[in-house]
Each structure stands twice: as C-alpha cells, then as structure tokens.
Design a protein around this ligand. Structure first.
Ligand code: M6R
Length: 603
C-alpha cells in the first residue's frame, strides 16, 4: 500500500529514490512518483501509473538543471480518486515550490479544499492529500519557514498522516506524523525517511520511529520538534538489514514458490521453538505476566491464523478465548487479565494498529505475532514473537499463515506449561505432533498437485463456492474461501457445516462447488449428503477416500493426540493450491490480485 521515501544525500538522489520505491513495491501500489530538487531551485516531478522503474526513463529525459541530493518519493494505492498520473504523489502547490507526499487519510479534505479554492488555489487532483501542499504554501508565504509551515498545516488537519514536504527554494525537507508510521534515520551517507526500513536499510544501521505529533526536519542531522518546541527524540532502533531475495527459484510465480516452501519453513520454526515448549522457556522469555483469558486480534488471513492459535489455548488449556476483527474492535470491552495476541504478517496493518489504540489494555498484555520484527506493531506491543516465515512476496498470505499458526501454537503450549495448565509430559506429546507437521505439509502439497488440476476444468465456470467445516475445520474453511475470492475474483463463502440447513442450502443447485474440510467430525457426513442430494459438487479435503486425500489420516497414522483440536494445519495447502490453480486458469495474476495490497496501511 502507500509508501514514502525521502532523503538528503550527497549521492545522486533520483536513482536512490527510485531504488527505494522499488523496495516498497511488495506492499502493493497502483502509481508512483518522485520529486527531486534541481540545482536551479525548482522541482523535477515525475509520476507514473506503470512500474516504479519507468520513473527512471522519465527522469533520464529531464533537460533542466541538474538533480542533486534532496527529494521525496511515493507509491500510491488509491483511496480517494482514480488511478491516474495526476492523482499520483508528490502533490505540488500552486507555484511548484512545495511538494508533498502523504500516507493516511485527511478526513476534513473536502472542507479544506473548498476553503482553499475560495482563496484562489488551483487544486487539480481528486486526492485528499493535495490540500496539504496548498496549506503549506499559504503558511510558508506567512512565515518563510518550512518547519513552521508544516507545524501550522498539521494543526488544521484531521485524520491520519505521514507527510514529507520539500521546499524547492531552500531544499529543506520536513516530516510529520499522526497515526501513520514513518521511520527516520541519519548515517554518513545522508538523512532518510521511509515507511518501511526495507527502503533505506542498505544506507543506515538503524532508525527512529516517529510518534504521533512529531515533526522532524531532515537537515544535515535530524531536528525533532512537537508543537513548535524542541522534542526529545525517540529511541534509536538498530536494524540489521538483509536484502529480500526476489528470486522465483524456478517457480512460475511467488505464490507457487511460497506454497512449496511451507514444509521447510515449518521445520525451521519448529526446530527453533520446540526446545522452549515443554519447559515453558519460550513463554517465560516473552516476559508477559499470567493471564486468565485470551483474545486474538487481526484481519484476513492473520485473523484466521489467530483463531487457530486461539483454539490451542481454548481446547488444550480450557481458557476462554475470543477473536476480535481489528476493524471492528472499537466497541470491544476487554476483561482484565486478557492476553491479547495481535497477529499481522506486515505489522503495519492500520486496522490492527487502530484497534490497539482503541482497546483499553490497562489491565491486559499485548503480544505481537508478526513476520516483521521492526514493524509498528512490534514496537507497540509489550512483547514480540517473530513468526520467522521469511520474505513473502505474493499478496496472498500462504507461508505466513502456516508460520503464524505454528509459532503461535508453540507459544500457547509453552504458556500453558509455564502457567501450570498443562503437564510437561502432555506438552512433549504435542511437540511430537508439531514435529510431524513438515511431513504432513509436504504430503499435502504432493497430493494437491496430483488431485486438483484435473478438477479445475469442471470448476472454471462456477460463479460461487461454499466452504464447509466443523469444529477445528471451520477456520480452515474460512481461509479457503478467503483465498479463493482473493485470487480468482469468484464469490466464496464459508460456514460451519451445521449452519447449512439454516440458510445457505438454498444456494445449492446442480454443480455448485462445495469444498468440505473433513477434520474427523462424523457429523460432516450428513452435511455432505444434504449437498449431494441437491446436486452440489462436493470436493472433500480429508483422509483416504476423499476427493483430495491430503490430511494426516491419509499417511496411515492416527490423527495426532492434540492437533485435531487446532488443526489439521495441512488442510490449508489444498485450499491454497485450489485457489491458485483456479485463478491461473482464469488468467489472474496470482501474485498481485486486483485491488489488494500486501501491507494495508489505511483503515
Ligand atoms: O499484514 P497483515 O497480516 O496484517 O494483513 C492482514 C490481511 O490484510 C491479509 O491477511 C489478507 O487477508 C491477505 N492478503 C489474505 O491472503
């Protein structure tokens, strides 16, 4: 989703900005742009609705004064206004002196736009952000000082923002934040700001995360103010940066690669966490006090992974568990003594960050379960469990789901031991179960690639799909429906199978595809019969004899002692493969589904 970079450096700035924006591409975007200050004191601005790299070609044709070392860049994911070059950032004021990039939403943009127009400003985009450049223009005219102009501007905004403004006359750069993350850093190679450490990690060895209300001038060093007064900077966070390897490694797309990586990912995580389970050390190391109940918080696939983790606490520890959809958290009342587990692979999901602000956590603890240890979520939480999935490029979450579920269940088991709710002996049996998972996932991958392609032709024209499960299978049905609609753009809904006769059965007609997660509850048979009696096409994911015999039972071993309470985790594999294969047959881009982004930074 939207991403910001800004820098002052002695090196040529355009290649740096464009390279940094390319490192933010994985978040998802539909347009991009940069503004670079020229030696002549005007700005060279270039925008595109094509790939970030096309900005290089555009700036290569720049024939004005040379482009030295101060500039700002942005990747946009449209919220207000269509995807056009005009609507792409940076946005300029009337004179071209002020350029701004903005993440977030300006809620009073319409009122400000009317005021500005009445005072003679020419606003040329449909974008809320544009008002900022014109407000800075007015304030700059008054004070002549960019920092003061930005301070005065943000006092007039409502909503959320991470802003960087560039004054072409002076080359000054000023950043401001409110409810939208921005990191700043200085190093011998310059001063930098970015939404994500990925973008600047090659130039700095750490960063400072701006807080709500901070204003920072990116001068030769960073100058921190709040409400116009000098402010104490936040702590420096050291970051060891390794470039994300974007290598398909022989796979046709990243989603295919990431599905294939799941057994290895699972094995690596289990090897690392297993020694801390039966002795409670994994939990003790998190430094979180005892708790009486659990709430999992997240969105989309991360929330589904949270529900898996929640069922381990509930079914194995007999603890009350609730799940909170982050975007609906504002009315939630937390009981004292709740362990809130916020799951987010990106750690930047705005709905999750807002939920944490809205929840009263005074008598509760917040644990972040994320794939991004330097994220805003990780910095906000009382403690962090890094799910260590490794880079996931595909917008559809696959291996991060598996990594969140495994690391979360390992943490749950360790917590139950450490708090006296589970014996060490029982925990060791669960560790044995976990150690079987890499093989179960590998088996599920092999079976899925064998059984699913022949089904696709018959499914190609179906306009809607139902996904059913019972007990521990329901959350996997939810994940299957989410993946299918995200990738194929076909309707898909999930239900606990028992709910079928209370409404959704009316949808079944000849050939309606109904995907059933058979996690071992015998009552699923009658639900399958109800579908078949009405001509529905049942695709059963289960053990031997199923349409897709991908689950542990098919290995000829009994369902493990505890995994059936929160698993079968391997059932997610055929759901991922089904969604991907169907999407590919429909000509979809499985790595970048339409309208979606990897890092969802707006509410
Ligand atoms: O970064 P997060 O894990 O917080 O993202 C949450 C959802 O936006 C995400 O899981 C989304 O549902 C996936 N694209 C689904 O595959």
């Amino acid at each position: 989703m939207c991403g910001i970079v800004a820098c002052r450096t002695d090196a040529p700035v355009a290649p740096f900005l464009i390279g940094a924006l390319a490192l933010l591409e994985y978040r998802g975007y539909d347009s991009a742009g940069v503004t670079v200050r020229t030696t002549g004191g005007i700005t060279a601005t270039s925008r595109t609705i094509a790939r970030v790299e096309s900005l290089s070609h555009k700036l290569a044709g720049w024939s004005g004064a040379t482009l030295p070392g101060a500039g700002i860049g942005h990747t946009r994911w449209a919220t207000h206004g269509a995807v056009t070059e005009t609507n792409a950032h940076p946005h300029l004021d009337c004179s071209g002196r002020v350029s701004i990039v903005h993440n977030g939403i300006i809620e009073n943009a319409e009122a400000l736009r009317r005021e500005l127009a009445a005072r003679g400003h020419r606003l040329i985009t449909q974008v809320d952000s544009e008002v900022i450049s014109h407000l800075v223009e007015e304030e700059l005219r008054e004070s002549g000082d960019l920092r003061a102009a930005v301070e005065a501007t943000i006092a007039r905004l409502t909503g959320s923002w991470a802003i960087v403004a560039l004054d072409a006359d002076t080359g000054r750069l000023v950043a401001a934040t409110h409810r939208s993350p921005l990191l700043v850093a200085s190093s011998p190679s310059g001063v930098f700001a970015a939404s994500d450490v990925q973008a600047i990690g090659s130039r700095v060895d750490g960063f400072q995360a701006m807080r709500d209300g901070d204003v920072v001038e990116l001068a030769d060093e960073l100058i921190w103010t709040r409400d116009g007064q000098p402010a104490t900077p936040p702590p420096f966070v050291r970051s060891s940066w390794t470039a994300v390897v974007r290598d398909l490694d022989g796979h046709p797309d990243f989603m295919g690669k990431e599905i294939a990586e799941q057994p290895e990912t699972a094995a690596r995580i289990i090897d690392q966490l297993a020694p801390g389970i039966a002795n409670g050390a994994l939990w003790d190391g998190l430094g979180i006090p005892d708790f009486r109940r659990v709430a999992v918080l997240g969105c989309g696939t991360s929330l589904n992974a949270g529900r898996v983790v929640g069922s381990a606490f509930g079914a194995l520890g007999r603890l009350p568990v609730s799940s909170i959809i982050a975007s609906e958290a504002s009315e939630t009342v937390l009981e004292p003594g709740t362990l809130v587990i916020a799951l987010s692979q990106s750690g930047e999901t705005a709905d999750v960050l807002r939920a944490i602000e809205d929840l009263d956590l005074a008598e509760s603890s917040l644990l972040a379960l994320t794939n991004t240890a330097h994220s805003t979520l990780a910095r906000t939480a009382d403690s962090v469990l890094d799910c260590q999935a490794g880079p996931e490029i595909g917008v559809a979450a696959t291996k991060t789901f598996v990594a969140q579920a495994i690391s979360g269940v390992a943490m749950a088991l360790s917590a139950l031991v450490a708090t006296g709710r589970m014996s060490r002996e029982t925990a060791l049996l669960h560790v044995d179960d976990l150690r079987r998972l890499p093989d179960l996932l590998a088996h599920a991958i092999a079976v899925s690639h064998d059984r699913i392609p022949p089904l696709i032709d018959a499914l190609h024209d179906a306009s809607g799909y139902l996904f059913l499960g019972r007990g521990s299978g329901v959350v996997y049905a939810a994940e299957g429906a989410l993946k299918l609609k995200e990738l194929s753009y076909r309707w898909a809904e999930h239900y606990p199978a028992g709910e079928l006769k209370h409404g959704p059965l009316a949808l079944i007609e000849l050939g309606t595809p109904v995907v059933v997660i058979d996690s071992g509850d015998p009552r699923i048979e009658s639900n399958i019969s109800e579908v078949e009696a009405r001509g529905g096409r049942v695709i059963r994911i289960g053990g031997a004899g199923s349409t897709i015999p991908a689950l542990g039972l098919s290995l000829g071993t009994p369902m493990p002692g505890g995994m059936d309470r929160w698993g079968p985790l391997e059932s997610v594999v055929p759901l991922q493969v089904l969604a991907r294969d169907l999407a590919l047959s429909l000509g979809r881009d499985v790595d970048k589904p339409r309208n979606l982004a990897k890092s969802v930074t707006v509410e």
